[in-house]
Design a protein around this ligand. Structure first.
Ligand code: PMP
Length: 285
């Protein structure tokens, strides 16, 4: 991703894609002091753009890291990147992080907080098999307690076990991994939330130790509008066997049907298809 044409917004200006570099002693690189957003632009409009920018601020606040740009300025930066790269359907990545400066220890109060925005074309997050149903491994790592790490932040440090779990999943021929949390409840995938269907009703984990995804919230609204009962609750892994359908939600993943988790199989059923198609229509509405 580093060697290509295009423009990236960095600290207030557009720079050439290849010149969007940071110093090797950036605090974020050593101590994971970084928060980010992943968003999708559809036909020129970023879906829930402001909500993503607000969440970036919230993630920064949770890490005692003040983002040096207002929500309006972040909105303008994203638009500038889309315009400069002539993109109307794209993935948008915003990252804010502690840079290099006076401090090289764990404390970073004298280092600047920096921000960058990049955008590029990114098709289906789980590849061409999207509507066939993704195959998920069960991660050996557990999502941590909110008393261990700010689980509501979209922060780089939370993704260390995601990369490890996704690599383990891919080595087994799966496209992603599903985490349990520190209590043993079903949690989320490495970059998406999870939903289950049983007897026409939907079950999804309580977001008390996971990222309460914007797509998750959108899909719960879509289900309620359709009169489908949604149970937001703690889900035990033993229950996987009894669920009939399953899908993942995320800004990148959109609504992706799941065909298999470990040894359990799920059908890509009518409700899964309706919600996946409904979401596609909504983001372009
Ligand atoms: N959980 C994790 C761990 C994620 O990285 C994401 C993607 N941001 C999600 C859930 C889904 O969040 P959203 O719908 O806001 O993209």
């Amino acid at each position: 991703y580093d060697d290509r044409d295009g423009k990236i917004w960095m600290d207030g200006t557009l720079v050439d894609w290849r010149d969007a570099n940071v110093h090797i002693l950036s605090h974020a690189l050593h101590y994971a002091s970084s928060v980010f957003e992943g968003e999708r632009c559809y036909d020129g409009k970023i879906f829930l753009s402001r909500k993503h920018s607000e969440r970036l601020h919230k993630s920064g606040d949770l890490m005692d890291m003040k983002i040096p740009y207002s929500v309006d300025e972040i909105e303008a930066a994203k638009q500038a990147v889309l315009d400069a790269n002539n993109l109307s359907n794209a993935y948008v990545r915003v990252v804010a992080f502690r840079g290099a400066g006076e401090d090289m220890g764990v404390a970073s109060s004298r280092n600047p907080v920096r921000m960058a925005v990049a955008a590029w074309e990114w098709g289906n997050y789980y590849g061409d098999a999207k509507m066939k149903g993704a195959k998920l491994d069960i991660a050996k790592w557990k999502r941590p307690s909110p008393e261990t790490i700010p689980t509501a932040a979209k922060a780089a440090g939370l993704y260390m076990i995601c990369t490890m779990s996704k690599h383990a999943a891919e080595a087994k021929g799966c496209s992603d991994a599903l985490f349990m949390d520190y209590r043993g409840y079903v949690a989320e995938a490495t970059g998406a939330n999870v939903f289950f269907v049983k007897d026409g009703e939907v079950h999804t984990p309580d977001p008390d130790a996971i990222l309460n995804g914007l797509t998750r919230q959108t899909v719960i609204g879509m289900l309620e509008e359709r009169g489908v009962k949604v149970h937001v609750r703690h889900i035990m892994p033993e229950e996987l066997e009894g669920f009939e359908q399953c899908w993942l939600t995320g800004s990148a993943a959109e609504v992706t049907p799941v065909g298999q988790i470990g040894d359990y199989n799920f059908e890509v059923g009518a409700l899964t298809r309706e919600i996946a198609q409904g979401y596609e229509a909504l983001v372009r509405a």
